[in-house]
Design a protein around this ligand. Structure first.
Ligand code: GDP
Ligand code: MG
Length: 177
């Protein structure tokens, strides 16, 4: 089962999903280039970005896919999900609706992916403390109920961004090796 990953020298496709404007593109920009765009439009999204990670002394490449704004029209195609082994399922802790839509994204992911995708639920914008509409406990409990990892991040102040990606990559590595 791990033959493909072995011969590809550990190249894992990971997808970013979640409602529009939750911070998917900025999480990737922060992780891959240590950049942040205060007023980003969906157009900053590149198709994917490849990032090298060190997992137990092994070089692992994460090919991280970002939407180019299709999620706005619920038009993320099956090509986007194809071959994905990991997913970051992102909501915005300051917009409750984006959290309420998580179930829909879980279904979408399950419908389009042919394997068990290692998934982390990501509550982004943890820097917006005064505008918080979803508690950490709520995030945790949804993640537990759905069998997902969980973390809160801020692409703005960088907190937990690398950990979020590393958690997914490490788990995929553990499963495949
Ligand atoms: P996407 O549509 O999910 O890709 O979201 P974007 O990455 O384009 O971000 C949408 C908006 O939220 C932009 O104005 C970002 O600057 C802002 N944003 C993204 N991440 C954060 C964050 O962690 N904290 C704050 N305060 N704003 C963020
Ligand atoms: Mg985007």
């Amino acid at each position: 089962r791990s033959e493909e990953a072995q011969t590809e020298d550990y190249l894992f496709k990971i997808v970013l999903i979640g409602d529009s404007a939750v911070g998917k593109s900025n999480l990737l920009a922060r992780f891959a280039r240590d950049e942040f765009y205060p007023n980003s439009k969906s157009t900053i999204g590149v198709e994917f970005q490849t990032q090298k990670l060190d997992i137990n002394g092994k070089e692992v490449k994460a090919q991280i896919w970002d939407t180019a704004g299709q999620e706005r029209f619920r038009a993320v195609t099956s090509a986007y999900y194809r071959g994905a082994v990991g997913a970051l399922l992102v909501y915005d802790i300051s917009r409750r609706l984006t959290f309420e839509n998580i179930g829909r994204w879980v279904n979408e992911l399950q419908t389009h992916s042919d394997m068990n995708v290692v998934t982390i639920l990501v509550g982004n914008k943890s820097d917006l403390k005064d505008a918080r509409e979803v508690t950490t406990a709520e995030g945790k409990s949804l993640a537990e109920a759905q069998g997902l990892f969980f973390i809160e991040t801020s692409a703005l102040d960088s907190s937990n961004v690398a950990v979020a990606f590393q958690t997914v990559v490490k788990e995929i590595y553990n499963i495949l090796s």
